[in-house]
Design a protein around this ligand. Structure first.
Ligand SMILES: [Zn+2]
Length: 509
């Protein structure tokens, strides 16, 4: 936060508190004392003041850091409770400020912009019979001339249209299951109302069969726009932690899950809607999990620990329905999330996509509730999806001439070959294999990544701690292997690409 911001009476950052303000005041006072001491010829006193100032400043910085960390944690928790609350506003602020009306003056401004006019009675029935009363039609040239006189970027001013039901602006939609029917004729104020295939009502696009296909198309487009705007703020390789990425992308969720009960209905109506929703979610999930953009929706959602949108929508519907129950909302939320985590694995087990990721993470529930969740890095995401610098993948995406391993005789360089079999990387695997006592296998990865199963842990506290510490050691060691191998493989690939000069081809990350 810029220092002057608070003094100038601007709105404080959302994590600011009275305690921080007091610390900041005392830090400023210490600074002034130190500066004044500089003018006196008292080296000892000056050193003392300097020490006091640096201590006060350090204390303030520490407090600010703590407040920021706490605030992130709170924001992350808030996302689930209120999709349009503080997290949404904080994130949307990153995308560009909106001008705010000065409070209390909204009515004055509205009155000045849209002065009230005498009520107009819309003519009903036939046009006036007298020829003198008929308005002359304007030509296209006249319209262009008038439009050219308007200054650029300006509204043309009050249009004298009173705030009433205007038949020209009214529209209707027919809700029906019938295939063969004739649109009815509606007359309002002597004018016929047009019948549309779909219509926006209270933020929901209603279509005539109540399939909500139009609505899904609109919200998924909005979510995609938000994701790509946020994606530009956040590079894949460096940038913020998974928690912050998740928070940023929760905006996409807020947009997708607007009017969730409707969404739940819509998803139930058509598989096409479910696919559209998870495709829009995929963009956000890919950003959260730092995957290649070719990763399937199923794999990206699991890596990002985001349940599919149609399950979330249904979860929100169930929570809404149960709000009258005597238990607290937090308990209901927890129970309904549990229910979602029972449905999600069914989808995961039956999908034909993400074969490798399913092998790496066979148990979604353990993955979602895993204690250490900061682990997914850009390279780890490649290891978990198989989409990365592997010749097999590059060849399939037409970025390499053949799938041969560049380091040994293996004809098919898959993620499995690179991480577990390729002799070229044997040295990197040695430490881990000495720990395990045998060569590493893909089937070891779930237990390494997800840690020991809680049910298998013993009641004996000290043994339990020992097992957990060992599991943590293995997890970190596996992370180091992945970083080392894929980091160097990426460098090799970069050299190869530069040599081949893939001019005009976009990189696929
Ligand atoms: Zn090899």
């Amino acid at each position: 936060m810029p220092r002057g911001a608070v003094l100038r009476g601007r709105k404080a950052v959302h994590w600011w508190s009275d305690e921080l303000a007091a610390l900041r005041r005392s830090s400023c006072m210490a600074r002034r004392r130190y500066q004044r001491a500089g003018r006196r010829d008292d080296a000892e006193g000056r050193a003392r003041e300097r020490e006091a100032y640096s201590a006060a400043r350090k204390e303030l910085r520490r407090a600010i850091r703590l407040a920021q960390i706490e605030s992130w944690k709170k924001l992350c928790l808030l996302v689930d409770e209120d999709p349009w609350g503080l997290p949404y506003r904080v994130v949307m602020k990153k995308l560009g400020a909106k001008t705010r009306l000065p409070e209390g003056q909204e009515l004055d401004i509205a009155n000045a912009l849209f002065p009230s006019r005498p009520e107009v009675t819309w003519s009903v029935g036939a046009a006036p019979a007298h020829p003198d009363l008929q308005a002359e039609l304007f030509s296209m040239d006249e319209l262009v001339l008038m439009a050219s006189k308007l200054p650029g970027g300006k509204a043309p001013g009050p249009d004298y249209i009173p705030n009433e039901v205007a038949p020209q602006k009214s529209e209707a939609v027919v809700l029906t299951n019938k295939w063969a029917y004739r649109d009815p004729v509606f007359i309002l104020g002597g004018q016929q109302i047009s019948v549309k295939p779909s219509m926006r009502y209270l933020g929901v696009q209603l279509d005539k069969r109540l399939n909500f296909g139009d609505h899904i198309r609109l919200v998924t487009a909005a979510a995609r726009r938000a994701v790509s705007a946020l994606g530009r703020l956040r590079p894949n390789v460096q940038g913020p932690s998974a928690c912050k990425r998740w928070l940023l992308m929760s905006v996409a969720h807020s947009k997708l899950l607007y009017a969730s009960p409707v969404r739940a209905l819509a998803a139930a109506r058509a598989a096409r809607n479910r696919v559209a929703l998870s495709q829009a979610q995929r963009g956000a999930a890919i950003r959260v999990a730092r995957c290649y953009r070719t990763v399937s929706d199923m794999a990206a959602l699991v890596l990002a620990r985001m349940p599919p949108a149609h399950l979330l929508a249904d979860e929100r519907r169930r929570i809404e329905e149960r709000k009258q129950e005597p238990t607290t909302v937090a308990v209901i939320r927890r129970q309904e999330r549990e229910a979602t985590l029972r449905e999600w694995p069914v989808i995961w087990d039956h999908t034909e996509k993400a074969a490798w990721t399913r092998r790496m993470i066979p148990d979604i529930k353990r993955w979602v509730y895993q204690p250490n969740q900061e682990a997914i890095t850009f390279h780890m995401a490649q290891a978990m999806t198989g989409h990365g610098c592997f010749q097999h993948y590059l060849w399939k995406r037409r970025r390499a001439g053949d799938p041969h391993c560049m380091h040994c005789d293996e004809p098919d360089d898959t993620v499995e070959h690179t991480l577990f079999n390729c002799p070229f990387w044997a040295e990197d695997r040695r430490e881990m294999e000495q720990c395990v006592g045998r060569p590493l296998q893909p089937n070891d990865v779930p237990n390494i990544i997800l840690g020991p199963e809680q049910e298998l842990l013993l009641d004996d506290a000290s043994r339990r701690r020992r097992i957990e510490a060992m599991a943590e050691g293995l997890r970190l060691a596996f992370g180091r292997i992945v970083e080392a191998i894929l980091g160097r493989k990426e460098d090799t690939e970069r050299v190869r690409q530069a040599r081949l000069l893939f001019v005009g081809r976009r990189p696929i990350t």
